[in-house]
Ligand binder design. Structure first.
Ligand SMILES: [Zn+2]
Length: 80
């Protein structure tokens, strides 16, 4: 932990890559730092994520995700 913020139990949405696909998990219990917003997961929650992603659970819905490539953005010229 980097800061001394208080950790609060919250339900969060987590996005992560799995085998080249981006997967969103909603209403995941996490400990969220009230200062920096950093999210921490218990080992149980980690196991839950793994079983959701690798198991036979069907997604509740499918979203289209917008992907931006920072490397191709022209921010070099605009940021001084
Ligand atoms: Zn923090």
């Amino acid at each position: 932990m980097y800061c001394k913020g208080k950790l609060e139990k919250k339900l969060v949405a987590r996005i992560q890559e799995y085998e080249g696909r981006w997967i969103v998990i909603e209403n995941l219990p996490a400990l969220v730092c009230d200062q920096c917003g950093e999210q921490f997961y218990t080992p149980q929650t980690h196991d839950l994520v793994v079983s959701l992603i690798t198991g036979k659970t069907r997604p509740v819905r499918t979203e289209v995700i917008e992907v931006y490539d920072a490397a191709s953005a022209a921010w070099h010229s605009s940021v001084k």
